[in-house]
Design a protein around this ligand. Structure first.
Ligand code: UN1
Length: 495
């Protein structure tokens, strides 16, 4: 029996008014149907926003520490169900079990952080220019938020958005990616079982074109938080810009790892392989460019190729597998088309480059880890986000050129430098244009309690993750209290 998943609106699971569903299949084995999901209509979104609005005043007035208390129970329930959800996630989007467990763990950590943060939510208190007057800042919830989440982190990213949004007193409507609605349904189940009041969280599945569009256009939605492609992000910014709706965007990346001549090459190799081929290259923080100094190019590349060939590819439910499939046929086709673009541009394909076929591979969307050498900084494979296991190697003379190349794309999410020279590392930290810089670590693996986000076309200045997420979902109010008993005029000479 295939499970039919329902929408969750106002504390009740129910079918879409459209009476239509869509299928979600395992990308490692398309004969495995994960479930069917509601192909929701605008009416469903409207019902969810109405439910979220109705729940808002009661939730807003609940003290923040009390709201945050639910997060202890959410964290524990996620811990108990970690293995079950990780397995479902591997079936749903393909990444290997070690990584899907990590994804759920990121959700647990985010819940733990939220549980404590409800007792912080600091505002500042500062002195006044005037006597007998107090000045301070408070953070207030905003109302209903629309959360639109991607498929590559089906639990972690929904938790990054949901937990701070509700802990700060907002109510939400979440639309998960159509490739990963099951994991988000489990998250909703857990939040509901933890006792979050009805209507505080609402879940509507369906397409970006219908559900997403209605959410971003809905007049009663106060803010949109979106993680996904720069193309969709720009559309959301345009629509929300018209009504000055708040919008937080985490978009594409073309992350580079610099490898200097003096780097610990073992470390740099481990970092490059994990950064480029972890999650089959489908992280916005994935390493898609190696920027290597000429003195170590040959040695580094030879070993990189050697190790890339040894990566075990297959169904992520097999514990010995290191790299799973692409999430979909469309994503596989994108990868194949970029391999052709790289060849046509004159880059040297040194390993991989093909879809895997034969035996179990025919059931899913598998592609070899692929490395191009002799890539020049302006080639499309060095500029455009591929979101697959394709790594471009660019050779540079020195640190200055390495940083120029690293900065030479429209994106600026994650970055990394491998060197033993503290001066080079500090120079890189100073000059790299990115939201995140790692020294002697890969471009992936950001920790949930620190600000996460990027510069340039990677975002619009917000940082989800850490304490900064709590600022995204709140309005600041500056409070002045005059207890002098007389009119005191700021900026006018009172002396
Ligand atoms: C993403 O790819 O959208 O830093 C997020 C990392 C993960 C999150 C990635 N913690 O790789």
């Amino acid at each position: 029996m295939v499970e039919e998943y329902l929408n969750f609106i106002g504390g009740k699971w129910g079918k879409s008014k459209s009476n239509k569903t869509f299928e979600n299949r395992n990308p490692a084995d398309t004969s495995d149907l994960v479930g069917t999901f509601q192909l929701s209509s605008q009416d469903d979104v409207d019902a969810a926003v109405t439910a979220a609005q109705a729940a808002y005043p009661g939730w807003r007035d609940t003290p923040a520490p009390e709201r945050a208390d639910y997060m202890y129970s959410v964290a524990n329930k996620l811990r108990e169900r970690k293995e079950e959800i990780a397995k479902l996630m591997t079936r749903e989007m393909g990444k290997v079990l070690a990584e899907t467990r990590g994804d759920v763990q990121e959700g647990i950590d985010t819940a733990d952080f939220a549980a404590g943060e409800g007792r912080h939510m600091h505002g500042q208190t500062v002195p006044s220019e005037l006597r007998s007057k107090a000045c301070y800042v408070i953070h207030q919830p905003m109302g209903v938020w629309g959360l639109i989440t991607p498929w590559n982190f089906p639990v972690a990213i929904p938790t990054w958005k949901t937990f701070p949004a509700i802990t700060t007193g907002n109510t939400i409507v979440i639309k998960p990616a159509t490739y990963t609605p099951a994991c988000t349904a489990k998250l909703m189940e857990i939040l509901d079982e933890a006792g979050i009041p009805k209507g505080v969280i609402n879940y509507v599945t369906g397409t970006g074109g219908v559900v997403g569009e209605r959410l971003i256009n809905h007049p009663d939605v106060k803010g949109i938080s979106f993680t996904g492609s720069s193309e969709v992000g720009k559309r959301i910014a345009e629509v929300t810009g018209k009504t000055l709706k708040r919008c937080s965007l985490e978009l594409g990346g073309k992350n580079g790892q610099i490898v200097m001549n003096d780097a610990n090459l073992e470390l740099a190799l481990d970092g490059a392989l994990w950064g480029a081929f972890g999650t089959t290259g489908q992280r916005c923080t994935a390493t898609s460019r190696i920027i290597v100094q000429e003195g170590v190019h040959d040695e580094f590349l030879a070993e990189l190729v050697n190790r890339a060939k040894q990566i075990k590819i297959g169904n992520g439910l097999d514990e010995s597998v290191q790299m799973g499939p692409l999430v979909s046929e469309a994503q596989l086709k994108t990868v194949e088309s970029y391999v052709q673009i790289g060849i046509d541009e004159g880059a040297a394909l040194v390993v991989g480059g093909h879809r895997l076929t034969g035996g179990d591979f025919d059931k899913g969307f598998f592609h070899e880890p692929t490395i191009f050498d002799q890539v020049t900084p302006n080639m499309r494979i060095a500029q455009e986000e591929i979101f697959g296991p394709v790594l471009s190697v660019i050779t540079v003379k020195d640190l200055k050129e390495a940083i120029e190349v690293l900065n030479g794309t429209v994106y600026g999410l994650s970055s990394s430098i491998y060197t033993q020279d503290v001066n080079a590392a500090m120079r890189a930290i100073e000059r790299i244009e990115a939201g995140i810089t790692y020294v002697n670590g890969p471009t992936i693996g950001a920790e949930c309690h620190l600000p996460f986000g990027g510069v340039k076309e990677t975002g619009n200045g917000h940082r989800e993750g850490g304490w900064t997420a709590y600022e995204i979902f709140t309005e600041m109010k500056t409070v002045y209290i005059d207890y002098s008993g007389k009119l005191q005029r700021a900026q006018i000479d009172n002396k």
